[in-house]
Design a protein around this ligand. Structure first.
Ligand code: FES
Length: 116
């Protein structure tokens, strides 16, 4: 596994993202409240560039006639068919076995590193 410097922390502000190419793979690097996450830019459904999707929240399990919306700013919605993934884990919200590939991220001296 090699470590790659992909950007300075000032290049991806909180709530932002950057798509980078590492070893021939597209990777989306997201800043969620100052913590960085890296996801492969491939949806496990039909291969869309999932990291181009909208980041929002999702409906949470709730009682009948109740509507709970949560995980705001943490859910990535695939632009093709709307499957939703938790940016912090890559797991889908409907089945934890369906997952976008994730990569370790480290921050040192203001620089973001992704290991692939
Ligand atoms: S390709 Fe992503 S939901 Fe279908």
């Amino acid at each position: 596994m090699a470590r790659h410097a992909i950007a300075g922390i000032e290049d991806i502000p909180p709530g932002g993202r950057k798509i980078v190419k590492i070893e021939g793979r597209e990777v989306g690097v997201f800043n969620l409240g100052g913590t960085f996450y890296a996801l492969k830019n491939v949806c496990p459904h039909q291969g869309a560039r999932v990291c181009l999707g909208k980041v929002s929240g999702t409906t949470l399990p709730s009682r009948v006639h109740e509507y709970d919306y949560g995980l705001v700013g943490q859910i990535l919605r695939c632009p093709w068919h709307g499957w939703e993934y938790d940016v912090t884990t890559g797991r889908s919200v409907f089945d934890p076995n369906v997952k976008v590939v994730t990569y370790p991220v480290a921050v040192e001296d203001g620089q973001i590193f992704v290991s692939i």
